[in-house]
Design a protein around this ligand. Structure first.
Ligand code: ADP
Ligand code: MG
Length: 587
């Protein structure tokens, strides 16, 4: 309901507008709005959802426009074919720009897209074959079986049909396995990688998708205007596309249309009104837009559509996956087998040895606690085991396999799941959706099948598994709650459910009781004990001594990066060195 209402309204409005006796001027305006919105749609995915800023979208519009212009004029190829050539060229150039820049930290992308936008502008403006700054003239209008659909009302229907189809595909994508992975990019790569997601691959993917939307818009624009020249594809337009998207609501698919519409109409109005007001001609609208952007970013950072989105009903997804097939499960270690073997791992930060030749083992069905005063090296040990940090020396074996040199992503795929000391989740997704992220590696539907909604069965299986894991730890009542609205306790439990969704052979929890109230701690202890009776092996890094002494079978005590002692909770409690360490440094 939440997303189909605007689709229904739009789908009904397009034919209606086409037959209404609107002046041609307004149809032309709507055509431009549709074209711009198509570019903005790509930016919603790239910038709003994925958190990557691009000023270079106009350049991709140019690639699409010039491809079809040159090919139709010089080879006589049909525009219905040239669109695919344009898409191919766009894919290649986006892959190239993306692969080079997306590996670097986030700030390089905006700069690189500016450079890319500028260089393509000058390339288009200086190539003889592309007509230099005059561009290419005399393109044919689009037609089907001799009927001209490249202008006026028929073009309006074509353009907006593509826009609506693109919006639906985007909504489908965002509400899918790859879509949730894309939505997780914004909270940093650590959580996504720990769920087995290749964040680089998805960054490149959304960069290419956004470029493809721009390219289609360029193809349409070229045949609509019947001429192409570089000025429409320069940096100024690139900035304007971003501006439209931000004003409309960069996180919302419908924000693209709202933003494109508003900016186009306002632009035309101001271009006439402002010079008249001021008395001299000039591009004063640029100043107004600059001020407007600052105001929007300050007072309405989520854009205009966010006000509408808040009012729309948020109906929960129908619970109809009870009969979906179960996801594949991995073979589990036999009770008592060695699951994890840590051999003299060491981590040096410059001169500081944060972890000094620590060794320990975890057997299947055991809860092992890793404790020690603040700064003892617990989190660093945790990160060495899970592959987040590289080891200075030492080895880690997981289920008999050497995982010392593997990345956190590959380790997670082998069945080691973790939670985070500071909860990492996607606040605007439901609890159920957040938890499905944990089952990412157990599904395989990709971007295209998700856009086309061919992923239904797998989605049901993923949801069913997420629900099962949430119910397993007593969170069945929170399925459709917005994750960001949960109190700390349920948030931490949600992270455990998410980790369980990856069907782990070993669960690593980093301070799961931090920030919990007494009651919540008791509930957590109950969950841990229950998981243990179900055969789960757990490594628990924890500050709370009562909890640790209560649930752990074995304890590993660290101090200043070194191993102080190992043993059962009773042995450790009786150890004078442990008492000294805690009394000496903590109290
Ligand atoms: P714990 O989790 O037991 O409180 P940590 O593993 O976080 O301890 O830290 C152990 C020691 O390593 C501390 O002295 C900390 O300051 C240092 N340390 C942790 N991470 C880094 C880092 N990335 N760079 C430099 N020093 C670090
Ligand atoms: Mg820590």
């Amino acid at each position: 309901m939440k997303k189909s209402l605007p689709i229904l309204l739009l789908t009904a409005a397009v034919p209606l507008v086409a037959v209404l006796p609107l002046p041609d001027f307004w149809i032309a305006q709507l055509n431009y709005i549709g074209l711009y919105a198509l570019v903005c749609l790509g930016l919603v995915l790239l910038t709003g959802v994925g958190g990557l800023t691009s000023f270079g979208q106009a350049a991709f519009v140019g690639v699409g426009a010039y491809s079809t212009a040159w090919l139709t004029l010089n080879t006589g190829m049909s525009p219905w074919l040239t669109v695919f050539v344009g898409l191919a060229l766009t894919t290649v150039s986006a892959l190239l720009v993306g692969a080079i820049t997306l590996r670097m930290s986030g700030h390089y992308l905006p700069l690189a897209t500016i450079a890319w936008g500028l260089s393509l502008y000058f390339l288009m403006g200086n190539l003889d074959a592309l007509g230099k700054y005059d561009g290419l003239l005399g393109l044919k209008s689009l037609s089907i079986a001799g009927v001209d659909i490249g202008q006026g009302r028929l073009f309006f229907v074509l353009c907006w049909a593509i826009l609506i189809a693109g919006s639906v595909a985007m909504l489908n994508l965002l509400d899918s396995r790859p879509g949730r992975a894309i939505r997780s990019l914004k909270v940093g790569s650590q959580m996504a990688e720990a769920m087995g997601i290749s964040t680089l691959r998805y960054k490149i993917t959304i960069f290419v998708i956004a470029a493809l939307f721009a390219s289609v818009a360029g193809w349409l624009l070229a045949h609509f205007q019947r001429t192409v020249n570089p000025s429409a594809f320069g940096l100024k337009m690139g900035i304007e596309y971003l501006f439209m998207t931000v004003i409309g609501g960069v996180g919302y698919v419908w924000g693209a249309i709202v933003g494109a519409g508003l900016v186009k109409l306002l632009d035309d109005y101001l271009q006439v009104a402002l010079p008249a007001l001021i008395g001299t001609s000039g591009s004063y609208e640029v100043i107004v837009f600059g001020i407007a952007l600052v105001l929007v970013l300050k007072y309405l950072p989520d854009g205009l559509w966010s006000m509408v989105a808040r009012k729309l009903p948020r109906a929960p997804r129908a619970v109809n996956w009870q009969h979906a097939p179960d996801l594949p499960v991995r073979s589990k270690p036999v009770l008592g087998d060695t699951v994890l073997h840590v051999e003299k791992i060491r981590k040096q930060f410059g001169g500081l040895t944060a972890v000094n030749d620590i060794s320990f083992e975890i057997h299947a069905g055991e809860i092992v606690g890793l404790i020690g005063p603040n700064g003892a090296g617990k989190s660093t040990t945790f990160n060495l085991v899970t592959g987040v940090l590289s080891k200075t020396s030492g080895a880690v074996t997981f289920r008999g396999e050497d995982i010392t040199a593997l990345s956190s992503r590959d380790i997670s795929r082998k069945g080691m799941a973790r939670t985070f000391q500071h909860v990492k989740m996607i606040a605007d997704m439901t609890v159920l959706e957040n938890v499905t992220l944990g089952a990412y590696t157990r599904g395989k539907q990709g971007v295209l099948s998700s856009m086309l909604r061919l992923n239904g069965r797998e989605e049901q299986s993923l949801m069913k598994e997420a629900q099962r894991q949430l119910e397993r730890i007593g969170m069945g009542a929170y399925l459709h709650e917005q994750a960001g609205n949960l109190p700390m306790g349920p948030q931490r439990l949600m992270e455990i459910a998410r980790a369980l969704c990856c069907d782990p052979a070993l669960l690593l929890l980093d301070e799961p009781a931090a920030g919990l109230r007494h009651k919540e701690k008791q509930a957590l202890a109950q969950v841990l004990r229950q998981l243990q009776t179900e055969g789960m092996s757990i490594l628990l890094v924890e500050h709370d001594m009562d909890l640790v002494m209560d649930v752990c079978d074995q304890l590993v005590v660290m101090e200043f990066g070194t191993l102080l002692t190992r043993g059962t909770p009773a042995e450790v409690q009786a150890n004078p060195a442990v008492r000294a360490a805690y009394l000496g440094t903590e109290h």
